[in-house]
Design a protein around this ligand. Sequence first.
Ligand code: FAD
Length: 297
Amino acid sequence: MNMNLNTDILIIGGGPAGLQAALTIGRVHRNAVLLDDGRYRNAPVAHMHNVLGQDGTPPADFRKQGREELAAYPTVQVLDARAEVLAGDVTTGFVAALTDGREVHARRVILATGVRDELPDVPGLADLWGDRAAQCPFCHAHEFSGTRSGILGATRAEHYVALLRPVAGELLILPLPGEEGLPAPTGTPQAAAPVARLTEVPDGVEVTFTDGGTARVAVVFTAARFHQSAPFAEQLGLALNESGCIRINIFGRTSQEGVFAAGDLAHHPELPMPMPSVINALAAGQTAASAAIASLL
Ligand SMILES: Cc1cc2nc3c(=O)[nH]c(=O)nc-3n(C[C@H](O)[C@H](O)[C@H](O)COP(=O)(O)OP(=O)(O)OC[C@H]3O[C@@H](n4cnc5c(N)ncnc54)[C@H](O)[C@@H]3O)c2cc1C
């Protein structure tokens, strides 16, 4: 039996960008297949913030509600499946090979596969990520208002200090190895020795320094590096921005006709990096879906 699927628009990714793209396509009764292999960037987060109407909602509840809403649109099919290889072009059509052996054939593709975060190489940081360690003050700072907040990494500390000063009670810059001696922004305390290890304790994070000293903070902010979480930009030879994210125009079009991208994995070249947030991913998903539909008309 042939288990392959044919559709107008293939969406790869079931985070906010992909789910919203599917909703937009379903609203005008176009066919779409959405693939989701269940690896969401905000998976370790208990509550998402800065999302109007959903401030504090657990991300998993948000995705579940999105899928339930999509069930009302019969032209949209959501599959828990992983795409491995994506090939083709707008003339011949696109083919995604799934790890379960099936293929999805589509006239257009929306990539919404997100990014994965490469964290500074500090033992213990990954265990805290999304809970007592995060990148984004807009998402994560308010819950730690008035506490002592750590900024891991002296090189980009100035930006964090400026953003966090009105929220945090106290700031402490925690240099990474190799950053010792870098000047701190005026008036902000900075540890003399680099961080050796971070450990969760009941009321926060214990920081151990390479000289054996320790300090306590409630939360740690640090900048991660983004990487494409899927190989499709490379497989299709899409143009990238310096950030490593896919280059798109304001309609979510990539450098290859018929291929669109939305969410954390892509941004307009005027931006230095994506503006990674649930709201921006939703908006980008809607834009890319509208553009993909327009290209079919
Ligand atoms: C620690 C942390 C906290 C955050 N907190 C907030 C917050 O409070 N508020 C906020 O607005 N934003 C927050 N963000 C940012 C937010 O999580 C992202 O901006 C948002 O999830 C981006 O959505 P997306 O759809 O682009 O990608 P994602 O949500 O990462 O979804 C990517 C999708 O692609 C799928 N996928 C990838 N590869 C494949 C493949 N080969 N085959 C099939 N499917 C595939 C994945 O399974 C997933 O479904 C946070 C991020 C982090 C790291």
